[in-house]
Each structure stands twice: as structure tokens, then as C-alpha cells.
Design a protein around this ligand. Structure first.
Ligand SMILES: Cc1cc2nc3c(=O)[nH]c(=O)nc-3n(C[C@H](O)[C@H](O)[C@H](O)COP(=O)(O)OP(=O)(O)OC[C@H]3O[C@@H](n4cnc5c(N)ncnc54)[C@H](O)[C@@H]3O)c2cc1C
Length: 425
């Protein structure tokens, strides 16, 4: 039997990422004695690399129905959290603590100075204000639930052990393990009776089999459309910006589509069709090509595409079109023109696999939402355990949705854990 004298904290928050920091801060603000354990030597390692270190910390959308839809069929879980601490509250929270912000393309909200460290500074101030005891370099190795009244937990970590009444589990998912998120929390959630929906990488670059992509490494295409096909049926479609890399493709529309690419790859072969000119249908584009060829009459083919394509894409398209690059455009046949047209509207890419967890921005899967109370973030499996952030089976597209999820669920978890925390003298 553990005596209450040994309990030095009301709440232990495990994991010092966005969800952990805000939940620890909120619980402390309400008067709970809180310890935050983080295995890295500093807090928010992943937070600092978000949005290319500029931190797209929320999406600028105030309609919660639109927000939850972005999380797919499980998004409904977030109604309560967003209703309590949604986009307005998140913006107020940061602004009232000195963070100026701005809305950028696609309703993405960033700190005005474009520095993720400004977001971290607000959170550190919040923790300090509540006198949260922050233990960095403290890897949690195990948790034991001790039957007592009320229940207490023993946390075994690299610096020793401690006892607490409540735990907020915010150890993140498995993506970018180099930042500390290696999925440790799943083990304890499972130990306490939770179901873990198989974690898979999401918002992930995609490998393709076409060797020519290497020649395009670094090329960003804006306003293109990407369609996903399986067995002749269109399964997904995105419009926006993408990027070629040495192994395949990346950039916002690819990352957002990666979850469905992965899903369909598990069932069989998948094709991607890239439309380089989505604003023009086949007929209009053909007319445009004819006009260009007329204008460049007498010139050789390779010198006639500069108005249509970025420079680095021209040699690749010429090679794929099988049209002699030195051929004069006036000698290009109808059939050759059709081939070119087809390449511009339906450039084929064959995904082979996702790049995997080391390069996934988020984890799809995690602790089953059915086993977590959406109004409090409390576990339905074991009393006094709360869960927040990416450890939950929730993932949204790029655009600030994932951090918004962390702020909302984290705040709610901290608040409810604190509300029920009984002071232990
Ligand atoms: C490159 C990149 C860019 C991104 N950009 C954006 C963006 O601009 N906007 C956006 O909304 N989302 C973005 N995301 C997603 C966002 O970063 C995550 O959704 C968010 O960090 C999840 O927060 P979390 O607190 O749940 O988990 P994490 O941030 O993963 O934090 C979990 C913490 O727990 C610690 N931990 C784990 N195990 C233990 C243990 N055993 N003991 C002690 N501590 C432990 C980890 O070290 C880590 O610090 C990006 C992700 C990546 C990888």
C-alpha cells in the first residue's frame, strides 16, 4: 500500500509536445500541482520544425462542422473540444500572451514573425506561470496503476520514479521519431485496456517507380491537379501545389493524398494522373498548343514549350512524348500533338510506397476514440487517465488542423484532470 505522503503531484503529463504543454499549463492554471515529463533535453522539439519552422499553428476557420469534416469520419469526436477551446480561443490564447499572428494562403495561421519559437515561448511562459515542474531528459519507461482509493499511478522514468493521482498521456504518435515521438504511449494505453488502431504514416511523401522524377528534383508545381486511380476508377483528387524529389513526389497535395494512396496500395496497383494544365480542358489546351506551334513556326520542337512548361520539365516531357526534339514544329503530326496533349493533361506516375514514419508529418491511427470521453478526454477504460494530441486516432490534412487538434484536446484534458484533482497534502 502506497501512502499518500509519497504522492507529490496531482497530475503528471507525459510528453512535452504541443498537447502536453497546453494541458499541463491549463491544469496548473486551475490550481493543480503538475509535473511534465519529457524525454528530450527540451520541450516542443517537433513543434519547432512545424510549418518549415514557421509553425502553422491553426487553421483560420470558425465553423466547427467544416473543421471536423477535415478529420474524416472520426472527426465528430472533436465537436466538444472545439466547442470549448476552438479556433477563436486558440487565437485569443496566443494573442493575449503576446503572439502576433497572420493568416496566409489557404487560411493557414502563422506567427507574424514566421518563427515557431514564438509559439513555444508562449507555452513555456504558460508552464512557468502555473509553476509546472518540468522534467526534461526524463524518459518514461513504465507506468503502474496502483489500486488505492483514489487510484494512484507510479511512473518509472529515467530519473527515478514518482507517484501521481492522474496522468495525461500526450506522448504523440510515431511520426518523425527523431523528434522523440516513438509511439511509447501506445504501450501504456494498451496496458490499461485501450485498443490501438494500427498506426500508419500520414501526410507523407510518396515514392514512385518512374526514374525521370529524379531529373525534376526540387521542381515545385503550383495549381496542378492530381488524381488517384485504381482499377479504372477515380478514388481521390487534389488541386494545389506539389513537389518532385529524388525518390518521387511530395508537397501539400501529395502529403494530403498520401493516406488514400497508402490505403489503395494495400489493395492493389495504383496510378496517379497529373494534370499540369487543369484550367484548360483537352480541347482548349489543344487549341493553345496549335496556337503556340503557329507562333513558333520554323523553330525546332524543344524551343517551343517555354510558354507552357517550367524549364526543367521540358526535356522530360520531350523524352516521354517520343517526338524528335530537333523536329520543326510545323512538321509535328496530329498524332504527335495528341501525345503531347495527353502528357500535359494526364502525366502518369506510379506510386510504390510511402516514405514512412521518419518523414510522416502525422500518424494515422492510435488510441481508439470510442474509449475516450470526448467531453473530458478521460479514458473510459481506467479512471484518472486522460489522453490528448496525436496519440489519439485522429489526423487531419496539412493546414494547421493537427496542431489545432492538440490545443483543443490538450486544453480540455488539462482542465478536466485539474477539476477532479483532489489536493493531496
Ligand atoms: C515536419 C513536420 C511539420 C509539421 N507541420 C505542422 C504544421 O505546420 N501545422 C500543424 O498543424 N501540424 C504540423 N505538424 C504536425 C504536428 O507537429 C503534430 O500534430 C503535433 O506535434 C502533435 O503534438 P503532440 O503533443 O500530440 O505530440 P508530439 O509533438 O509528438 O510530442 C510528444 C512528446 O512526447 C515525448 N515523449 C514520447 N515518448 C516519451 C517518453 N517515453 N517519455 C517522455 N517523453 C516522451 C516526445 O519526445 C515528444 O516531445 C508537423 C509535423 C511534422 C513532423
Amino acid at each position: 500500500m502506497i501512502t499518500k505522503r509519497k504522492i507529490s503531484f496531482d497530475i503528471a503529463v507525459l510528453g512535452g509536445g504541443p498537447a502536453g504543454m497546453i494541458s499541463a499549463g491549463r491544469a496548473a492554471e486551475l490550481g493543480a500541482r503538475v509535473v511534465l515529463l519529457e524525454k528530450n533535453d527540451s520541450l516542443g522539439k517537433k513543434l519547432l520544425i512545424t510549418g518549415k519552422s514557421r509553425c502553422n499553428f491553426t487553421h483560420y476557420e470558425f465553423d466547427n462542422t467544416k473543421l471536423v469534416e477535415k478529420f474524416g469520419k472520426d472527426g465528430r469526436f472533436l465537436y466538444s473540444a472545439l466547442g470549448h477551446f476552438g479556433v477563436s480561443e486558440v487565437l485569443d490564447f496566443f494573442q493575449s500572451r503576446g503572439l502576433l499572428w497572420q493568416v496566409e494562403r489557404g487560411n493557414r495561421v502563422f506567427p507574424r514573425d514566421g518563427d515557431a519559437r514564438d509559439v513555444l515561448r508562449v507555452l513555456m511562459g504558460y508552464l512557468a506561470g502555473g509553476k509546472v515542474e518540468v522534467l526534461c531528459n526524463s524518459k518514461v519507461n513504465d507506468i503502474e496503476a496502483i489500486k488505492d482509493v483514489p487510484r494512484i499511478f507510479k511512473i518509472i522514468h529515467s530519473g527515478g520514479e514518482l507517484f501521481t493521482e492522474k496522468i495525461i498521456l500526450s506522448t504523440g504518435g510515431k511520426s518523425y521519431p527523431q523528434t522523440g515521438s516513438s509511439g511509447d504511449g501506445y504501450r501504456w494505453a494498451e496496458k490499461f485496456g485501450h485498443t490501438i488502431i494500427n498506426p500508419t504514416p500520414a501526410l507523407n511523401p510518396v515514392k514512385v517507380s518512374e526514374k525521370w522524377v529524379k531529373e525534376l528534383q526540387g521542381l515545385t508545381l503550383k495549381n496542378v491537379s492530381l488524381q488517384l486511380y485504381q482499377e479504372g476508377k477515380k478514388r481521390d483528387e487534389r488541386f494545389g501545389e506539389m513537389l518532385f524529389t529524388h525518390f518521387g513526389i511530395s508537397g501539400p497535395i501529395v502529403m494530403d493524398m498520401s493516406k488514400s494512396i497508402d490505403k489503395y496500395l494495400k489493395k492493389g496497383n495504383v496510378k496517379l494522373l497529373l494534370d499540369l494544365k487543369p484550367a484548360l480542358d483537352f480541347q482548349k489546351l489543344e487549341e493553345r498548343i496549335k496556337r503556340d506551334f503557329q507562333e513558333f513556326k520554323g523553330r525546332i520542337f524543344k524551343n517551343t514549350l517555354s510558354k507552357l512548361l517550367p524549364a526543367s520539365l521540358i526535356p522530360v516531357i520531350i523524352q516521354l512524348s517520343d517526338i524528335e526534339e530537333e523536329k520543326r514544329v510545323d512538321y509535328i503530326t496530329r498524332e504527335e500533338r495528341k501525345r503531347l496533349l495527353h502528357l500535359l493533361k494526364e502525366l502518369e506516375l506510379t506510386p510504390t510506397e510511402l516514405l514512412g514514419f521518419p518523414w510522416a508529418m502525422v500518424t494515422s491511427g492510435g488510441v481508439s476514440l470510442r474509449e475516450v470521453n470526448p467531453d473530458t478526454m478521460a479514458s473510459k477504460k481506467i479512471e484518472n487517465l486522460y489522453l490528448a494530441g496525436e496519440i489519439l486516432n485522429l489526423d487531419g490534412p496539412s493546414g494547421g488542423y493537427n496542431l489545432l487538434q492538440c490545443w483543443s484536446t490538450g486544453y480540455l484534458a488539462g482542465e478536466n484532470a485539474a477539476k477532479k484533482a483532489e489536493r493531496v497534502k
